[in-house]
Structure formats: structure tokens, C-alpha cells
Design a protein around this ligand. Structure first.
Ligand code: ADP
Length: 609
């Protein structure tokens, strides 16, 4: 059976091999064993149930929380030549009847629906009349109250094991926390299930963390550098979205806004414009979330700190779902912490408030840290990175400029903390060191301390940042409600000169030359850029004709492979990764014609193996 699935992988999707963990997940599907599959976004979860569903007897039922997700998935499957259908509230009665008829005639291999639909009256009984190959629960973390997207309707899915005895239930999620995983098994009443957890590292994402004063200018520069590509700019508040959208539009950027203050229809229209590539940039709050299935988002900018590292992984993770290189910029300013603190403090639930503020501090430390971003993120989720240099983050790429005299500066800061009897916050420490005349310094006679003014050549903000960097490296610790700064044991070693901390050079407004990551070079190896752009145009025309998003016709990965192989025969065209039989028949001629013309015009070789 597994070899059948492998064949269908090539026939329908045009892929030669499974991605990591897909094989094991598919083994569960074909052997009828319940499973929970945790893979990051872009890890290839959909194929874990779609490929077996095509080869197995009967119909697969897929539960999905959002109409937009179902629509994209069904459109993609139809493009691949797989008979898939959906049932949702946006369809007309006629459309729904057609689907029911096709199901009754056993013509459907995958049927998508919402949890409410599945458990609605009479529908389970209807489905019981058919042979089901498997039941797949997409975005399964929605079943858990511990998750960030809890949906009460998902709780009703607990009846599935009882209602469909002998049919395996498979749950898929990108959410990494252990309690959510455990809860999924309990809530869905899975029996003897296999738990498959992939690596949380997204090796194709290039993380860059920058402290930025003028975020609008920086975002504009990033958009300019990524011109023509799809990107998301996340802002903390709705008003930040409106302002950023205004500024980008004024500079001629094709952008649209998205936040929960807009009505549902306006949001739908904007999302569609983004999906169909009528605009390049979506400026959004985190309300722009789970429904994004667009595989070729090439960059995500956080124009403000995210509120937790889980959020960061999710939001930045919307870039590069197609496995190709994508840029993730985290632009922060120290004010972001205060904005979030204010928002997160608007609750009476003290325990929840503490948890959210702790998570916020973790992000703050992440921003100030000088460790590999990939390593920091996977370690946060309890895994280890299996390489010393990821070659895909600001730290490993050497974008981060360090102070040569870090030891002396750090010793001055640590001594000041000691002189202040380890009883004050980072703000007071920076004021004393920079020789501030502020009342909070003079009234406490801190201007009499020997460390007063020791770093007077720098601004308070710079010294404050260095203090945070020392905290994130563990030389200082913050304690109590007022975040009093104290020396740690390793901090003591710095004072003795036994350890040397790392400190960043103060910010300048001069843009730094961007360094190329190996990840980018590999993804473009052998690809003719001009041809790739030409093929994007062809894809857009075809997608518009069919009324589907561009990425549903071919992913960026398939287009790059085309621009690398430059096929002019059907046999060569079928070798392109992501070209299955149906797409080859549907689009082969059009794309090959364009390739032949381009290659002739530019004297570029064709049919490269
Ligand atoms: P997820 O649901 O985990 O976010 P998807 O199912 O959307 O991931 O898959 C991400 C991308 O990887 C898609 O573009 C998909 O076509 C591609 N993909 C999936 N499986 C394979 C495979 N075996 N070989 C190559 N590409 C694959």
C-alpha cells in the first residue's frame, strides 16, 4: 500500500519522495492507526492524509476550521486531478446538493467540512452509510483549551471514535506545546495512537532581528528590497496597521490592511486580493492568521515585538511554506514591551497575566540575545539544533556588529548595579551611568556614586540596551515586581575579568549591507531569474482565468524548478518537482511555449538535467 501512495505522490503531486516524517505519518494512515502529527507550517501535513486518501478505498473526511482553508485545499486538489469537495455555509443549496450527490455516487475521495457540519443532525448517520478511508482533523490544536485558537465546536469531535468504529482518526497541528498535544489525544478519545513530532526548525527562514527607531522607514526599505514578492507586515495594534498602511500606500506600495476592527466582508476581500496577488503586501494585526494558506509569502515583517515566542513561530512561519527561502524581520523598539505590557495587563485573571508577561519577557530576551535565532527558537520548544552555524539568521550571518571593548563596558554596568545595592531597575542603572541630572538620581544622591557618569558618552537608551543584553546572557537577572537588576554568579566572573560578554555596537541609522545567506543561494542555484519572472506572469494569467490563487496553479518551488530545467518536451516537463499528470496536461503546453520563446530570446540552454 505504501508503494501505491508513493506512486500517487508522483502521479498527482509530481513529487518523488516523502518529506521527513511524512512516510511514518502515511504508514499510520494506511495501517489504520490513530495518530497525532506535529509538524511546523510548511512541513507537509496535508499530504500525510491526502496522498493515502487517494490510494485507499472509500472517502476521507477532513475537518477544517475555516472556509478559506477548505477552499484553497479543495482548489489545489482539483488542480492536481484529485476528486475533492467541500461542504460549507458559503455554498448555495444547489452546490451543496451537487456535492451530496457526488458523495452518494462514491465519486469523492476527500470531503472537507467544518466540525459543526460533521456533527450536525443526521449528517453522521448519512456518512455512516459510506466506507470512510480515514478521518483527518486539520489544525487539531483548536480542540484544546491550552492552545491559542481554541474552538468550542472542535470539542464535539470527541464522538467520532464511537460513531465511526474502525476508522482511524488523525490529528494534525503545528502547535508545539506538550500539554496541547496531550489534550488533543484526550479530547478526541484516540486509542493507541502514534505521536509523531517533527523538527520545529524552519531551515528555509532567514531570521533578522533589529532594534529600529523609525519603523515606517525601515519597513519601506524592506518592502522595496523585496519588491514584487508577497509579504506580510504585522503590527501590534489596529491603529499601527492603519498608519503603516497609509504610509506604505503614500509611497506607492500595493498594500492592504487587515484587522479585527474591519467587517468580515472587507477582510475577506482584502485576503482574496492578497491570495490572488493583486496586492503584494498585507499590513495586519495577528487577526490575519490561521486562514493563510498562501504558500509563497516571501517575507514577514514584525513591525513590533510579538507577544510570545509561540506567536513569533506561528506568525513568522507564514513565510516560506513552500520550503523556499523567505525572510523574517523582527523590528523592535523598547517601547513595544510597554505597549504589550499595557495590553496584556487589561485582565483580572492574575495567573493568566503573569504567564503572558513572562512570555513577553522571553521575547524581549530573544530580541536582545546574540545567540543563533534558529537555535533559540527550537530550544524554546524543547529541541536542539543539529548545527553550529545556521547560516540563516542575523547572528550567524555576522550582521550583528559587536563592541570591541565589551568587557570594560560590561564591567562598568555591573559595578553600577553593585553600587546601587542591587535594588534598582535597568532604567535607574542607565541614568546613573550616563550621568543624568534627573530628580530620581539626584534626590537619591546617586550622583555621588563612583560609577556616576562612567558611560556619559553614550545615550541612556544605548546603556539600557546593553543592560538588557547582559540580562539575556545571564550576567544580570531581573527580580520581583519592579524588575530590580541583580548580579548573577557569572556576572561576578565578568567583574573579575574571567568571562567576556558580547555587546552590540550602538545603533546607527546607516542601512547595513544585507549579507546573502547560503539558503538563498541554494534555492536559486541554476535558476534563470528572468525566466522565473516570466513564468510567474504566465501562472498569474492562468490562475486569473480559473479564478484560483496563483499558488494553487503551481507553487514557487515548481516554477523555480521549471526555470532551472527549462523543459521543452513533455518528458522533461514531467520531471519538474510539483508537476503531476493533471497539471502537466492542463498547463504543460502553455508553460513550455513560454520557456522556449524566452530561452531563444536570451540564448539560454533548454532541457537541463
Ligand atoms: P503544512 O500543512 O504542514 O503547512 P503543506 O501541506 O501546506 O504544509 O505543505 C507545504 C509545501 O510542501 C507545499 O507547497 C507542498 O506542496 C510541499 N510538499 C509537501 N509534501 C512534499 C513532498 N513530499 N515533496 C516536495 N514538496 C512537498
Amino acid at each position: 500500500m505504501l508503494s501505491e501512495v508513493e506512486k500517487s505522490l508522483k502521479q498527482y503531486w509530481g513529487y518523488d519522495e516523502f518529506l521527513p516524517l511524512q512516510r511514518r505519518a502515511i504508514e499510520c494512515s494506511v495501517s489504520g492507526r490513530d495518530s497525532i502529527v506535529v509538524l511546523p507550517t510548511g512541513g507537509g501535513k496535508s499530504l500525510c492524509y491526502q496522498a493515502p486518501a487517494v490510494s485507499m478505498d472509500g472517502m476521507a473526511v477532513v475537518v477544517s476550521p475555516l472556509i478559506s482553508l477548505m477552499k484553497d485545499q479543495v482548489d489545489s486538489l482539483l488542480q492536481c486531478g484529485v476528486s475533492a469537495a467541500r461542504l460549507d455555509s458559503s455554498m448555495t443549496v444547489y452546490e451543496r446538493d451537487q456535492v451530496i450527490k457526488a458523495v452518494s455516487l462514491e465519486q469523492v475521495k476527500l470531503l472537507y467540512m467544518s466540525p459543526e457540519k460533521l456533527v450536525s443532525e443526521g449528517f453522521i448517520e448519512f456518512l455512516q452509510g459510506f466506507k470512510l478511508s480515514l478521518i483527518a482533523i486539520d489544525e487539531a490544536h483548536c480542540v484544546s483549551m491550552w492552545g491559542h485558537d481554541f474552538r468550542p465546536e472542535y470539542r464535539q469531535l470527541s464522538c467520532l471514535k464511537e460513531m465511526f468504529p474502525g476508522v482511524a482518526v488523525h490529528a494534525y497541528t503545528a502547535t508545539a506545546t506538550e500539554n496541547v498535544r496531550g489534550d488533543i489525544a484526550v479530547q478526541l478519545k484516540l486509542s493507541d495512537h502514534e505521536m509523531l513530532i517533527g523538527s520545529f526548525d524552519r531551515a528555509n527562514l532567514i531570521y533578522k532581528v533589529e532594534q529600529v527607531q523609525d519603523k515606517v522607514s525601515r519597513v519601506c526599505r524592506i518592502v522595496e528590497e523585496n519588491k514584487g514578492n508577497s509579504g506580510i507586515v504585522y503590527c501590534i495594534r489596529r491603529k499601527d496597521v492603519d498608519e503603516m498602511f497609509k504610509q506604505l500606500s503614500a509611497r506607492g506600495v500595493k498594500a492592504l490592511p487587515y484587522h479585527a476592527g474591519m467587517d468580515a466582508e472587507a477582510r475577506r476581500i482584502n485576503q482574496e486580493a492578497f491570495d490572488k496577488e493583486r496586492v503584494d503586501v498585507m499590513v495586519a494585526t495577528i487577526a490575519f492568521g490561521m486562514g493563510i494558506d498562501k504558500s509563497n509569502v516571501r517575507y514577514v515583517v514584525h513591525a513590533g515585538m510579538p507577544k510570545s515566542l509561540e506567536n513569533y513561530q506561528q506568525e513568522a512561519g507564514r513565510a516560506g511554506r513552500d520550503g523556499l527561502e523567505a525572510q523574517c524581520y523582527l523590528l523592535y523598539s523598547n517601547g513595544d514591551y510597554q505597549v504589550w505590557k499595557f495590553i496584556l495587563s487589561q485582565t483580572d485573571d492574575l495567573a493568566a497575566k503573569k504567564v503572558s508577561l513572562d512570555k513577553l519577557s522571553e521575547v524581549y530576551n530573544f530580541c536582545h540575545s546574540m545567540n543563533c535565532r534558529h537555535a533559540a527558537l527550537v530550544e524554546y520548544f524543547g529541541q536542539n539544533l543539529d548545527k553550529d552555524n545556521c547560516s540563516a539568521c542575523d547572528v550567524c550571518l555576522g550582521d550583528v556588529e559587536e563592541m570591541e571593548e565589551a568587557l570594560i563596558v560590561a564591567q562598568k554596568i555591573l559595578s553600577c548595579v553593585v553600587r546601587l545595592n542591587q535594588s534598582f531597575g535597568a532604567d535607574q542603572v542607565s541614568m546613573v551611568l550616563t550621568g543624568s541630572k534627573d530628580k530620581r538620581v539626584t534626590e537619591r544622591r546617586h550622583d555621588q556614586l563612583s560609577t556616576y557618569g562612567l558611560l556619559k558618552d553614550f545615550s541612556k537608551g544605548v546603556v539600557r540596551d546593553w543592560t538588557e543584553q547582559l540580562v539575556s546572557q545571564g550576567y544580570l537577572a531581573k527580580q520581583g515586581e519592579f524588575n530590580v537588576v541583580c548580579l548573577t554568579k557569572t556576572g561576578g566572573e565578568v567583574l573579575k575579568g574571567l568571562k567576556v560578554p558580547r555587546l552590540l555596537k550602538p545603533l546607527t541609522d546607516k542601512p547595513k549591507p544585507a549579507r546573502k545567506s547560503k539558503v538563498v543561494e541554494q534555492a536559486w542555484e541554476g535558476v534563470d531569474h528572468g525566466l522565473f519572472e516570466r513564468l510567474r506572469q504566465v501562472r498569474k494569467e492562468q490562475a486569473d482565468l480559473k479564478g484560483v490563487p496563483a499558488f494553487v496553479v503551481f507553487g514557487d518551488a515548481a516554477l523555480r524548478d521549471m526555470a532551472r530545467i527549462r523543459p521543452t518536451t513533455k518528458r522533461m516537463f514531467n520531471m519538474v518537482k510539483g508537476v503531476g499528470q493533471a497539471k502537466s496536461t492542463k498547463y504543460g503546453k502553455k508553460f513550455m511555449r513560454e520557456i522556449a520563446i524566452y530561452c531563444k530570446e536570451h540564448s539560454v540552454g533548454t532541457d537541463v538535467v
